[in-house]
Design a protein around this ligand. Structure first.
Ligand SMILES: *Cc1c(COP(=O)(O)O)cnc(C)c1O
Length: 368
């Protein structure tokens, strides 16, 4: 027996750089416009808020450990088999659960160059090896992923649309990726922003899950549904995968408030429609206005945009970030995503979007 002077984490754990969430405070006395975490400016559905409140008198009761009511509501909305849905404390928990179950020590998990940082954390926490694959023009490169597959590969993570780039992979390409993977490799399609996408060649992947044994799709209530504070996500997967995940998840992993609010939120078509309409309008407007200023904006299909700043002194992303923060406009630095010259901006309410455009007009003019 080795003798260690204190408990030591498993290999990989201390290689993790803890996830740093978007900033959420403004300087004293300045109104805060938080555009750093892709939250909806419309808030949650009033029906979800009411359902949440109605639970206040029942806090002593354990929730339904299978979240049956919520799974049936999701299944009803999308025409799915409720038995193949797993709910989780945010899709984050589900991504962690997937790696815990399908990735062992020394196994490889693939994700793309500017992919969501939670994948790397989940892979390392499971003792696996993260394999980062280059993108092409800030888009997923299917051939690069297929080239990176080795006998050790167990999982491929694909955020579609991707965060923080806002780009997406057409469904034909997702199918080509799937067709090229060995059948024991699990393809995880993270469709956190699927509800926002307005493109005929996009699909979240439900169809592929239905006809495959190695594809899982994850979704969240944190974005268009406006329930980020309750931590609620879900996945749709093959029966065998769902069975394995259900054996390992916490028995009451989703709280009752999330079950009630999520069930109400998913049925509120009018609220979802206004969130989509708001985003369509202001995504296009903000992109066009920033381009008029000479900034490059990566075309986005989600509820956020990636704004690229020139590397010139006085005009860098870092300086823009400081300038905006002074005015209470909190965007997201994406240097940790390998994008030091860009900032990610969530499409906010009308006031916030206009303020960002006028502040950046001033910022760029000043530096001239
Ligand atoms: C926001 C986001 C999620 C959602 O995470 P939750 O844990 O459900 O809040 C998942 N994937 C990506 C790419 C995201 O941007």
């Amino acid at each position: 027996m080795t003798s260690l002077s204190r408990p030591v984490p498993r290999p990989g754990v201390l290689d993790i750089e803890a996830y740093v969430p978007g900033k959420s405070s403004a300087p004293a006395g300045v109104k805060l416009h938080k555009l750093s975490s892709n939250e909806t400016p419309l808030g949650a559905s009033p029906k979800a808020v009411a359902a949440y409140g109605a639970l206040a008198g029942k806090l002593e009761l354990y929730p339904d450990g299978s979240a049956t009511k919520l799974r049936e509501a999701i299944a009803g909305r999308y025409g799915l088999d409720a038995g193949r849905i797993v709910c989780g404390t945010g899709s984050d928990e589900l991504l962690q659960l997937i790696t815990k179950v399908y990735l062992g020590e020394g196994d490889e998990g693939i994700f793309t160059e500017h992919g969501f940082l939670v994948y790397k954390i989940a892979i390392l926490a499971a003792g696996g090896t993260p394999v980062v694959v280059p993108e092409k023009d800030l888009k997923t490169d299917v051939d690069a992923i297929l080239k990176a597959v080795t006998p050790k590969t167990k999982i491929v993570f694909l955020a579609n649309p991707n965060n923080p780039t806002g780009t997406y992979l057409p469904f034909d390409e997702v199918k080509r990726l799937h067709a090229g993977l060995p059948r024991h490799v699990l393809l995880v399609l993270d469709a956190a922003y699927a509800e926002y996408v307005r493109r005929n060649d996009y699909a979240s992947g439900l169809e592929l899950v239905a006809e495959s044994e190695n594809v899982v799709m994850t979704r969240t209530f944190s974005k268009i549904y406006g329930l980020a504070n309750l931590r609620l996500g879900w996945l749709y997967g093959p029966a065998e995968v769902v069975d394995a995940l259900n054996r390992t998840r916490g028995p009451f992993n989703v709280n009752g408030a999330a079950i009630e609010a999520g069930t109400a939120a998913i049925a509120d078509d009018a609220h979802i429609a206004s969130a989509i309409e708001h985003n369509d309008k202001w995504l296009a407007w903000t992109t066009a206005e920033l381009e008029k200023l000479g900034l490059t904006v990566t075309p986005s299909v989600a509820n956020f945009i990636l704004i690229h700043f020139p590397a010139a002194a006085g005009r860098t992303a870092k300086e823009a970030d400081a300038f905006l923060t002074q005015r209470g406009l909190i965007l997201r630095s994406v240097a940790s995503y390998g994008l030091p010259d860009a900032l990610r901006m969530t499409i906010g309410g009308e006031e916030a979007n206009r303020l960002v455009v006028s502040a950046l007009t001033e910022f760029l003019g000043k530096a001239a």
